[in-house]
Design a binder for this molecule. Structure first.
Ligand SMILES: Nc1ncnc2c1ncn2[C@@H]1O[C@H](COP(=O)(O)OP(=O)(O)O)[C@@H](O)[C@H]1O
Ligand SMILES: O=c1ccn([C@@H]2O[C@H](COP(=O)(O)O)[C@@H](O)[C@H]2O)c(=O)[nH]1
Length: 202
């Protein structure tokens, strides 16, 4: 199994890059795991309490579960991948049965920050976009797709997203084998990563 880790700040375009990579590859050969699926189960907290959680700190992610799932996939076993609802801000009861694939892509803001997870990756990629570009994209997305209003999105950005980015995410860039500049859609970089994967698929 070839495991790729793809990190980068919120709104840099990780999900978009992963979708572009996967789109032209055979469906049953490549699997994707998003760190977002592994936010801690907060169903024991009230909605008001969940509002106060710092979702950009590494402690908000169940890395033990993510790592154990990746280990299982590497052993050829299927996993029950959790589903996280950004609107409810908690994990749902349902899971998705996920089978191992020849190539597994693990994407998320903090996937290169966690040493144990990082060491499981054969190829480490960091997607870079400038912070103003990321903020614009994030506001548009959070308001359209994640049920936030402008004030909530901006407060979160100032109190959690930006400081955690500076403390944990940006420094993880130094572990990357490949840095993809993504202020603009970068089809050349996507093609290069796809070629590496195709080589492995033979
Ligand atoms: N290169 C790009 N140029 C302009 N918009 C982009 C680019 N890449 C992604 N986007 C848009 O920015 C938003 C966030 O992208 P997404 O892939 O979800 O980022 P991430 O997964 O890193 O948070 C989405 O609305 C997406 O369509
Ligand atoms: O309930 C939640 C949990 C997390 N977030 C934000 O999501 C981003 C990470 O996801 P990306 O897709 O990489 O942007 C993180 O910055 C959290 O602040 C959220 O908004 N709500």
């Amino acid at each position: 199994m070839l495991i790729l880790g793809i990190a980068g700040g919120t709104g840099c375009g990780k999900t978009t890059v992963v979708n572009q990579i996967v789109d032209e590859l055979p469906e049953n050969e490549v699997g994707v795991i998003s760190q977002d699926s592994y936010y801690n189960d907060l169903s024991h907290l009230s909605k008001e309490e969940r509002e106060k959680v710092n979702f950009d700190h590494p402690n908000s992610i169940d890395f033990d579960l993510l790592i154990s799932h990746l280990e299982k996939l590497r052993q050829g076993k299927s996993i029950h991948k959790p589903i996280y609802s950004f609107v409810e801000e908690t994990r749902l009861e349902k899971t998705i049965l996920t089978a191992p694939r020849k190539v597994m892509i693990v994407e998320g803001i903090l996937v290169l920050s966690n040493p144990k997870l990082r060491n499981m990756f054969d190829i480490k990629i960091y997607v870079h976009a400038d912070s103003d570009e990321r903020l614009i994209r994030r506001l548009q997305r959070d308001i359209k797709e994640r049920g936030h209003d402008l004030e909530k999105a901006l407060t979160r950005y100032q109190t959690a997203v930006k400081p955690m980015h500076q403390q944990f995410i940006e420094p993880s860039k130094e572990f990357a084998d490949i840095i993809i500049p993504n202020n603009h859609y970068n089809t050349v970089a996507v093609d290069i990563v796809r070629t590496i994967i195709n080589d492995r698929l033979g």
